[in-house]
Design a protein. Sequence first.
Length: 135
Amino acid sequence: MMTNEIHTSLKNVLSQISLVEQELNRPHEDVVALTVCLGARKTISELMNIYLLSNSIANNENKSLDKLLNECKKIDTQFEQIDLSKIVCKEMNTTECDGKYCLDPKNVSDCVVVANKLKTIVLNKLAISESELVN
């Protein structure tokens, strides 16, 4: 079910992913890992929340990434492809994550990879192309 709220949220998430990727693609010494970490974590959480909302499952804003992923897996086994093992904060809920972040470029890069995999799955499941959202 594609509502205006979901459509707007997806546009915002795609914009956030783009900003995170731009930051990560800067010269290594210029990358602000904090920006990548917080942006990727927010993107991962929002993508799963959007998918759950599209399946009429709301109120997941404060759940950990692990719990959100488990909810998504209950609906669709394609989410089994998502591996959160390299994400340090995967078991913390939103409140617990406040003020905590990774500064290791490898860790934040792994988070961006997960965000992009989730983006692909969610857009596929909602039967919408990225080009429909950026225009």
